[in-house]
Ligand binder design. Structure first.
Ligand code: GAR
Length: 228
């Protein structure tokens, strides 16, 4: 694993974050890193959309930013190749998708196999894809949540590392439910990145291991009070 030295001479995992928009999950990582609970180096933030709030958040935190605008490429493969080149110039140990709303090619996901995480607002394998909160409400589910998973070629289909659950309340609309899920996203994503950086969380042969123990399909069972 490539590491750099921190001020205190501790080796730090190099984390690069991909975003498409608001970047509140990015902010949760920045805040955890600043408060000292997430001992990684945030080496760069790359957006596929120019002018988004997440880029401002990165700039305010002094993190280098790049835009690889997908609209300037005539196909998915060319975009992914340009994105990969931009990412690899920073030599990250871990690529973190934080609201990065692009379907990725198999070649791209293979290149980052075992070192790319995504956060998805549902209890995977339920509700892969878009509009998860609306679909949960339509289905009348009593429970919803968020998953952090390793990225594979299958969209939102890689093995789950962590999940957090929230109740669906009688007066919920999609917005209220999304906010409740987002609170949990901001709690578990820094935790997952920290555990990866500590070498505790790994994907081996398509299975996720925590402290060398294989995890089940719901990932590591964190309780509602776990924090980093
Ligand atoms: C988050 O809810 C994240 O789980 C979701 O996009 C939102 C980004 O918010 N990601 C996906 O749906 C990926 N399939 P943010 O930009 O404020 O972090």
């Amino acid at each position: 694993m490539t590491v750099t030295q921190s001020a205190s001479s501790q080796p730090r995992t190099r984390v690069l974050v991909l975003i498409s928009g608001n970047g509140s999950n990015l902010q949760a990582l920045i805040d955890a890193q600043r408060s000292g609970t997430l001992p990684v180096e945030l080496v760069a933030v790359i957006s596929n959309r120019p002018g988004v709030k997440g880029l401002q958040r990165a700039e305010s935190a002094g993190i280098p930013t790049e835009v690889v605008d997908h609209t300037l490429f005539d196909n998915r493969d060319n975009f992914d190749q340009a994105l990969q080149q931009t990412i690899d110039a920073y030599a990250p140990d871990l690529v973190v998708l934080a609201g990065f709303m692009r379907i990725l090619t198999e070649r791209f996901t293979h290149h980052y196999h075992g070192r790319m995480l995504n956060i998805h607002p549902s209890l995977l394998p339920k509700y892969q894809g878009l509009n998860t909160h609306e679909r949960v409400l339509q289905a009348g589910d009593a429970e919803h949540g968020v998953s952090v998973h390793f990225v594979t070629a299958e969209l939102d289909g890689g093995p789950v590392a962590l999940q957090a659950r929230v109740p669906v309340l009688p007066d919920d609309d999609a917005n209220r439910l999304a906010q409740r899920v987002l609170q949990q996203e901001h709690r578990i994503y820094p935790l997952a990145v920290k555990w990866f950086a500590q070498g505790r969380l790994r994907m081996v042969d398509g299975r996720v291991f925590m402290d060398s123990e294989p995890l089940g399909p719901s990932g590591y069972p964190i309780d509602n009070h776990a924090s980093i």
